[in-house]
Structures are given as C-alpha cells and as structure tokens.
Design a binder for this molecule. Sequence first.
Ligand code: 13P
Length: 261
Amino acid sequence: MRKPIIAGNWKLNKTIDESISLVEDIKVKTMDLNREQMPTVVVCPVFTALKSVANILEHGKGIDLGAQDCYHVDSGAYTGEVSVPMLKDICVSYIIVGHSERRQYFGETDETVNQKAKAILSHGLIPIICCGESLEQREAGKTDEIVKTQVKADLKGLSNEEIAKSVIAYEPIWAIGTGKTCDSPEANRVIKLIRDTVAEVSTREAADKMRILYGGSVKASTIEEQMSMSDIDGALVGGASLEADSFVGIIKGTMLARTGK
Ligand code: 13P
C-alpha cells in the first residue's frame, strides 16, 4: 500500500519568523497523532526560511522539508540559482519541480523539469513533479493529451527505480487558488491515466509504487472524499497549508479516510 503524502507548498509567503511559528504550530498540533498512521508530511517554505525551519523539524521523524524549485547543475556560474546538493546540505528531502506557476511565469518547460528531476534523484532526493491542464485546454477536450505528454517528457530517461521513488502532483491549473476543486472522481480518473502512462514508459510495478497527488484548492473539507479514491495518494496544498489548523485538518482527514478512525 502506498503511504500518502500531504505536502504544503507555501509559495511566496512568510518571513523566517512566520515560517518558524507556523511549523512550530503544526508540530504541536500533530504531536498526538499516531505516527504509523500519519501520512508523510512535507512543508515547502521559501528558500530563505528553509534552514530555520530545518532546525526545528526532527528530520525523518514526522515532518519533512521540501523546496519549491532547484537548478539542475551542482555549482558554477549560474547567478541566482540554488542547487540540489545545497538543498540536501540543509536537510531538504523533497523538491517541487514544474509547478504551473513556474511554467507560466518563469519559463519552466518539460525539458528543464526533466533535467531537474534527474539531478534531484541523482542526489537521493525526491522530486514532486507537477503537471496539469489549463481551463482552455480542458474545455477543448485536451486534458488527457496534455497530461500524458507532460508526464512522458518529464520522466524521460529515468530508470524504473527512480520513477517508482518519484512523486507526481496532478494540479489542474483552473483549480489552483480558485476555490474550485476538480471533483474527486474526475481527479481520480486523470490520476489513473497518469499512472497508466507511467506504466507505459516504465513498468506496471514502478507505476503502482509511485505516489500521485492531487493539488488545487484542497481543504480539510475536501480531503476525505479525495483520499477515498483508488488512485489519489495525497495532496499538494497551497492556500490551506499557510495556517496550522487547516493544514493539520487535511492531515487528520487523510488519516480518517485511510483508517476509518
Ligand atoms: P491551492 O491549494 O491554493 O489551490 O494551491 C495549489 C497549489 O498550487 C499547490 O502547489
């Protein structure tokens, strides 16, 4: 059985002090939860807050640290970039790549996503690879084609083992920050399609091991139904990850859906 992941993408929000206080609050509010049943929880603050947040997380014991992006080269003349070994150095274990906001505003392409995924895996970290269609593409009936093309290009050249370890987040762009979630059966259908596409480019075994998340206006009130779907293995959460109560509500809802308790 795949262990669910609940990852908070804080995007461009929170100072160092605010980040510390949020993560401390999350720690306190998850303290009594059964560790065996708890999903893998990841928080992804801005680069400048990573080290301070790392200092208060007990690495590997409840909450993991994620970054929102990276560069694919380890070091050199690349002004402004941050590399995978540098992130590993401060205990980052997950890195989001190919978020639609990076594709839309910062020129990220499937080719750069693929380069970054390779670099992340080569250093033993885990990429959270984002894909998803725009409203225009959905309305034109192109969702399946867009998502399949992205997944194939993003995973190109990865070994079956690397694919099994990787995480994909299906984030329909029209559902991000809009309060409009993709309904659960439809999100599950696209995620199943992603899993079948992964099986096509690797093996069924790798595809069945891979965790595929849903992202887009996830809230504590939506997660139970989402987590009851066969192929949704967790969530990449934006807005609702910025407050401890709503984020912990999502963690608890995930546990409830999985254990029925
Ligand atoms: P929201 O949860 O705010 O819709 O954001 C989703 C997202 O983009 C997570 O990466």
